[in-house]
Design a protein around this ligand. Structure first.
Ligand SMILES: *Cc1c(COP(=O)(O)O)cnc(C)c1O
Length: 371
């Protein structure tokens, strides 16, 4: 079936006791044993499994073209489970513009446990130079944050395969609607479901999706149940509810992002626009080869410096100046301020999470702020 249908129906278990069409929220933390000691539906205790979490995991796995998914309390918890699953001493290669929350997690929580390098994974020579006998994992994030760089997923996977290295793709920016890394050969996909999957800026979540149930996946499942960084049944319910509109929301985000990118590219007070859907994007051809749509995120550099960028951001009325992304409302952020002094992000760059407001209203707000 097609994504719009999967998003609405996958995993939903109609309630046979009441006839409810929509699966109810199961809040009970514990489940009755039968006389013979067994459990009627296999549920024992909520940390180990819950019907709403199972429903969420089923729909996420199907949307991503995967076999199984594991839901976590946040994107960072999902990422951490991957790093915890590696043998101590494993060398991990990450992009130099990796999501800063995960980069800080590696630096602060895994130094002395794992070895890691943050490099330009797009450059084949650099990547090959950094491979070591103990390299076990290459982490990719494409499009990247906030420069919207595109990594050639197929190319990296081909290199990784030659050396039996696993590849994980953080697919948060693209979502499974715009890009399916498992279908390109990735071993695992990660999402922060706080972003587009939740879609309404009101809950936190993360997910890992696999196309094979191997020993590595069992370890990740063990980290999920024993580590306990699981989402609540209510959060799972709301995520499932959000996913029903995900395909249509994403198409709306993409249409508005294309519209804004074209508008901004022609604006005399804009230096450059970073959007993978633009012909001017340096990796537009790679994006075209691996994405079905180019996503709802873009960045642009205001003509001038930090001061000019901050002036624009403070004049905007409809765009909320806030971090995060993927909600129905448009957000804008001066990323260099968030990322701190060691950032590689240009000081005149503003990152936009393009919402679902009418494009004319978004353009009108930008027009008054840029003038
Ligand atoms: C937000 C984000 C994360 C982390 O997810 P949380 O839900 O905030 O823990 C990871 N990767 C990317 C690309 C993100 O945008």
């Amino acid at each position: 079936m097609k994504i719009e249908t999967i998003a609405i129906h996958a995993g939903n278990q109609k309630d046979i006791s009441t006839g409810a069409v929509i699966q109810p929220i199961t809040l009970s933390t514990t489940y009755l044993r039968e006389e013979d000691g067994s459990y009627r539906a296999g549920y024992i205790y909520n940390r180990l499994g819950n019907p709403n979490r199972e429903q969420l995991e089923r729909v996420l796995a199907e949307l991503e073209n995967g076999l199984d998914a594991a839901a976590f309390a946040s994107g960072n918890a999902a990422g951490m489970s991957v790093f915890q699953s590696l043998k101590p001493g494993t060398h991990v290669i990450c992009p130099d513009d990796m999501y800063h929350g995960l980069r800080n997690q590696l630096k602060n929580l895994f130094s002395g446990v794992l070895e890691f390098d943050f490099i330009d994974v797009n450059d084949e020579q650099t990547l090959n130079q950094h491979l070591k006998p103990n390299t076990g994992l290459i982490w990719l994030e494409t499009p990247s944050n906030p420069l919207l760089k595109i990594t050639d997923i197929r190319k990296v996977i081909a290199i990784a395969r030659q050396h039996q290295i696993k590849v994980v793709v953080d697919n948060t920016f693209a979502t499974s609607i715009c890009q399916l890394p498992l279908s390109l050969g990735a071993d695992l996909v990660m999402h922060s479901s706080t972003k587009y999957i939740g879609g309404h800026s009101d809950l936190m979540g993360g997910v890992l999706i696999t196309s094979v149930k191997d020993e590595w996946w069992e370890k990740i499942r063990l980290i999920q149940s024993l580590g306990g960084a699981i989402p609540s049944a209510t959060d799972c319910y709301y995520l499932v509810r959000s996913i029903k509109t995900l395909p249509y929301r994403m198409k709306g985000h993409v249409n508005n992002a294309v519209g804004l990118a074209n508008y901004l590219e022609k604006h005399p007070n804009v230096d450059s626009v970073l959007y993978p859907g633009l012909k001017s994007h340096p990796q537009h051809d790679i994006a075209k080869a691996q994405m079905t749509y180019f996503g709802g995120m873009l960045s642009f550099c205001v003509k001038g410096s930090r001061a000019e960028a901050l002036k624009v951001i403070n004049k905007l009325k409809l765009f909320a100046q806030a971090t995060s992304l993927g909600g129905v409302e448009s957000l804008i952020e001066h990323r260099a301020s968030v990322e701190g002094p060691d950032t590689l992000t240009p000081q005149n760059l503003l990152r936009v999470s393009v919402g679902l407001e009418h494009i004319d209203d978004l353009i009108a707000d930008l027009e008054q702020a840029l003038t």
